[in-house]
Design a protein around this ligand. Structure first.
Ligand code: TYD
Ligand code: MG
Length: 484
């Protein structure tokens, strides 16, 4: 009989640091009041053997294996599963890799359970066995949702269980058809009984994730975890969870819009920052295969202060509308309000425009909005924001078919950006005619076959941007970029 010993430690719920006694402030991460008492009853023989995976690891006579680098992914059995959702496949880097460990985070009610349920049936349709374990909903609830969405497949098993030891035991005893994919909804609701802390606490989350990682890596089962997010939008639980998993996906969206954005924050099997777009409607989540059209669909006719920016989301170009408004301020400190764009970047652009175009934006209230709830982090949006500010301040309309990208420096120069050709191609596809691009990117456009009414306008500085905008508005025949 194993001798067990109770041990009290204080664990920071923010970073997972452990202390022998309580402290008001975590000395590791600096967070206040985050240390919570947790009791471990560790046994001398190792309770973690409940799962069986650890016993195998420590078995006598086990050997380490090394392989030579010339083996192909097929030989290494690194195959990928088709999820049935092409947007999801792309975000994962071309499908769900066997034995991968994926964490999907998102706000409550955004559609995480719906997405993974749809994906479970998609995987089953390509002949994969899926086990969907919900710690939040009963089997009847999950099944009724699946029924409502018309999802049905005998290769998907549903269960409602919170005890992770039982979940792992169940998988181990499935001799005939062991699941290829395990979905756990959510990591904050499962627990290991030998830990006395509550489900969702740092030590439970960390230990549970550790066991699931072993299942993924040694059992060759792809494990998908749903994770909750905190009030400020970060994934709840210890950072170590994000280090453990192969992919961290975030699922978010503006509650006032129907579409949802799936983004890979970290991906060991593909590109990070890849974006997938879905639309939530009465039949569940529907893929949006051409998101640029969606984000530009409500674009109005009055185009003063409105520009279109060709952004890059991972490896895909995405067009979105940027609006700016400047109005006389009565405040000592004029207001700068942005939605979906960095406010400091607006301050920087304002200073550049004031200095080089003799504007008086420093004393005006400024509002910048990225339409549709998108968040733009790229400096390549500078040119589009600057053009929208110039248009609003000088009360001149922007040509309706113009599209912009380029980074602006502090001396008013316009710098080249990455993937210029893909950005222009996406705009061409959507019927845009004028492309305001950095001069530094000129060499990248040689392979573009533009038609007579489509033209590239090279911009080197903010002065040139203003001149080019005036030139385009005057509707005079455009001569060449050297004239402006
Ligand atoms: P859910 O997947 O339960 O969210 P999460 O697991 O992230 O908390 O999604 C719930 C929301 O989605 C709920 O507000 C209703 C909405 N929804 C639809 O609009 N249509 C549908 O077909 C489904 C299943 C859900
Ligand atoms: Mg849910």
């Amino acid at each position: 009989m194993a001798k067990s010993k109770a041990k009290t430690v204080y664990t920071c719920q923010n970073c997972g640091a452990q202390r022998p006694r309580w402290e008001g402030r975590c000395t590791d991460c600096g967070a206040w009041n985050t240390l919570v008492e947790e009791v471990y009853s560790s046994s001398t023989s190792g309770e973690s053997s409940a799962t069986g995976w650890r016993i195998e690891k420590s078995s006598v006579g086990a050997k380490m294996v090394a392989i030579s680098l010339d083996q192909s992914p097929e030989e290494l059995k690194l195959d990928r599963f088709e999820t049935g959702l092409s947007e999801f496949n792309r975000v994962l880097g071309g499908g769900l890799a066997r034995g991968s460990f994926v964490l999907l985070g998102g706000a409550p009610g955004i559609g995480k359970s719906t997405l993974l349920l749809q994906m479970a049936v998609g995987l089953a349709n390509s002949n994969k066995k899926v086990l969907y374990v919900s710690g939040e909903e009963s089997v009847a609830q999950t099944a009724s949702r699946a029924h409502r969405l018309g999802l049905k497949n005998p290769k998907v098993d549903l269960a409602s269980e919170n005890n992770l030891s039982l979940i792992l035991e169940y998988i181990k005893t499935q001799k005939i058809e062991r699941p290829d994919v395990l979905i756990v909804d959510s990591i904050q609701t499962v627990f290991l009984p030998h830990l006395e802390s509550a489900p969702g606490s740092v030590s439970q989350v960390r230990e549970c994730a550790g066991h699931l990682m072993e299942l993924a890596k040694q059992g060759g089962i792809a494990v998908l975890l749903i994770g909750h997010v905190t009030k400020d939008g970060n994934l709840a639980g210890p950072k170590v969870l994000e280090h453990m998993v192969d992919c961290v996906l975030s699922f978010d969206g503006d509650p006032s819009y129907q579409y949802r954005l799936l983004r890979s924050i970290k991906n060991r099997f593909g590109a990070a920052n890849e974006l997938g777009v879905f639309q939530m409607n009465s039949n569940g989540l529907e893929e949006v295969l051409n998101p640029s059209e969606l984000f530009l669909q409500d674009r109005g006719e009055n185009l003063m202060g409105s520009t279109v920016f060709s952004s890059m989301e991972g490896t895909r170009p995405l067009l979105c509308e940027i609006q700016a408004l400047s109005s006389a301020s009565t405040l000592a400190m004029p207001r700068r309000t942005t939605v979906g764009f960095d406010v400091n970047r607006v301050c920087l652009l304002t200073a550049v425009l004031d200095r080089y175009l003799d504007f008086r934006l420093a004393t005006a209230d400024l509002f910048v909005n990225v339409v549709g709830g998108l968040k733009i982090m790229e400096p390549a949006a500078d040119l589009a924001v600057a053009a929208a500010l110039i248009s609003s301040e000088s009360r001149h309309e922007i040509p309706a078919q113009a599209c912009f990208f380029g980074e602006i420096g502090l001396t008013g120069e316009v710098r080249g950006v990455s993937f210029p050709e893909l950005r222009v191609k996406e705009a061409v596809k959507l019927g845009f005619l004028q492309f305001f691009v950095p001069k530094a990117n000129a060499k990248h456009f040689s392979s573009l076959n533009l038609k007579g009414n489509q033209k590239i306008i090279y911009i080197e500085s903010v002065e040139q941007l203003r001149k080019a905008l005036t030139h385009e508005r005057s509707k005079k025949p455009y001569v060449s970029e050297r004239d402006i």
